[in-house]
Ligand binder design. Structure first.
Ligand SMILES: NC(=O)c1ccc[n+]([C@@H]2O[C@H](COP(=O)([O-])OP(=O)(O)OC[C@H]3O[C@@H](n4cnc5c(N)ncnc54)[C@H](OP(=O)(O)O)[C@@H]3O)[C@@H](O)[C@H]2O)c1
Length: 324
C-alpha cells in the first residue's frame, strides 16, 4: 500500500469551493484503532459548519484538513490478530471529535469503539448515511427524552437526517409522534410513522400541536424562534431536547422562567448502540433514506445542497466503487 490516498481536502476554512480533490497522507492506525478502506462517506451539517470555520474547526489539527465523520467501508487493518473486527469485514461508524477522522478520503483510522458491522441488508452508500444521524436520534429520543409507548413527542425537522430516524425510533417504541416539515414531506413523514404532520410554512405549530411530553428540536432558534415557541407546547413534566446546541444561548433561562426542563444533547460514537440500530434496519423496522449520492469530487455541490436546508434524509459521498 502506498503512503498517500485520494481525499477531498480543505486548505483553509471558507465556502464549499474550498473543498478540492487531492493526494493526502494515508492515516496510520495506532493502538485500538481500525484502518478502514472507505467506500462511502455520509455528509452532515457539522461538516459544512466546520468547513465554514464554525462547528469543530478549532479541532482541525493539520492542514490541509480532511472533513467527514460518517463512513462505510472495509476493514483494512484490525487492532490485533484476535480482534472481533477482521480485515475484509464490511463496517460502518462515525469518528469522534476532536480527532476529526476524515471520512472524505480513501482511508480512515478510527477507534474500534466507533466501528460496527454494517447492516447486511444495505449497500455502502445507504450504510454511510446512518451512523451520526441515527446515533443522535437514538440519544435524543431514548437516552435523553426517555420516549416510550404512549409518549407524546414533537419532532422538528422530521424529514431531515436526524429527524427521519427520530420519527421512526419514537414511532417504533409506540410513541404518539407529531413532526414538522414542509408540505412536500407530509407523505414521507407519515410513512415513517408520524401520526400527525404540521407544515411549518403555513401553520404555527404551537397553535395546533397540543400538549407534548417531549420535543426533539432539530431547529432551535436558528429559524423562526422554533425553540422558544416549543416551550409553549411542553407539558410541565416534559422535556425539550435541543440538538443544534449553541443555536439558542438563552434556552436554560427561558425554560427555567416557565418552570420547564430543556437540555442540549451532543452525540458520541457508540458501536453497541449502532449494533442495535443495525438490528432494527435488518429487521425492516427502520429504514434510511438517501436523498442523493455524489461522487467524492463533487463534495462542494453536496455541501451547497445541505446548506440550502431542505435535504430529505441524507446526502452521501461515493468515495470508491463497491469492491468486487
Ligand atoms: N448536537 C449534536 O450532537 C448534533 C448531532 C447531529 C446534528 N446536529 C444538528 O442538528 C441539526 C439538524 O441536523 P440534520 O442532519 O437533521 O439536518 P438536515 O438533514 O440538514 O435537516 C434538513 C431538514 O430540515 C427541515 N427544515 C428546515 N427548516 C425547517 C423548519 N423551520 N421547521 C421544520 N423543519 C425544517 C427540512 O424539511 P423541509 O424540506 O420540509 O423544509 C429538511 O428535511 C443541525 O443543526 C445539526 O448540526 C447536532
Amino acid at each position: 500500500m502506498t503512503d498517500t490516498m485520494r481525499a477531498l481536502v480543505l486548505d483553509r476554512t471558507g465556502g464549499p469551493d474550498e473543498l478540492r480533490l487531492a493526494d493526502a497522507p494515508r492515516p496510520q492506525r495506532v493502538l485500538d484503532e481500525v484502518l478502514v478502506r472507505v467506500i462511502a462517506a455520509g455528509v452532515n451539517p457539522i461538516d459544512a459548519k466546520t468547513r465554514a470555520g464554525r462547528g469543530v474547526s478549532g479541532a482541525l489539527a493539520a492542514w490541509p484538513a480532511v472533513l467527514g465523520f460518517d463512513f462505510a467501508g472495509i476493514v483494512e487493518q484490525a487492532p490485533y490478530a484476535a480482534h472481533p473486527l477482521r480485515p475484509g469485514d464490511r463496517v460502518y461508524g462515525m469518528g469522534r471529535v476532536p480527532r476529526v477522522p476524515g471520512s472524505y478520503a480513501e482511508y480512515l483510522a478510527v477507534t474500534s469503539l466507533s466501528v460496527a458491522p454494517m447492516p447486511e441488508s444495505l449497500g455502502f452508500v445507504e450504510a454511510a448515511a446512518i451512523p451520526l444521524a441515527a446515533l443522535t436520534a437514538w440519544g435524543a429520543v431514548f437516552d435523553t427524552a426517555k420516549v416510550r409507548a404512549g409518549t407524546r413527542v414533537l419532532v422538528h425537522a422530521g424529514a431531515g437526517g436526524v429527524g427521519h430516524f427520530a420519527v421512526q425510533f419514537a414511532a417504533h417504541a409506540g410513541a404518539e409522534v407529531t413532526a414538522t416539515g414542509s408540505a412536500r414531506n407530509t407523505e414521507f413523514l407519515r410513512s415513517l410513522g408520524a401520526s400527525r404532520v404540521i407544515d411549518y410554512t403555513s401553520e404555527r405549530f404551537e397553535q395546533v400541536a397540543g400538549e407534548q411530553d417531549a420535543v426533539i428540536d432539530l431547529i432551535g432558534n436558528v429559524a423562526d424562534d422554533t425553540g422558544t415557541r416549543s416551550l409553549e407546547v411542553l407539558h410541565p413534566d416534559g422535556v425539550l431536547v435541543n440538538v443544534p446546541t449553541g443555536s439558542w444561548p438563552t434556552m436554560a433561562e427561558e425554560a427555567a422562567a416557565r418552570g420547564l426542563r430543556a437540555t442540549g444533547y451532543v452525540v458520541a460514537p457508540d458501536a453497541r448502540v449502532l449494533a442495535e440500530i443495525t438490528r432494527l434496519i435488518d429487521d425492516g423496522a427502520v429504514r434510511v433514506h438517501v436523498d442523493r449520492e455524489f461522487p467524492l469530487a463533487e463534495g462542494a455541490e453536496a455541501h451547497r445542497r445541505l446548506e440550502a436546508g431542505h435535504v430529505r434524509g441524507k446526502l452521501v459521498l461515493r468515495v470508491a466503487p463497491d469492491p468486487s
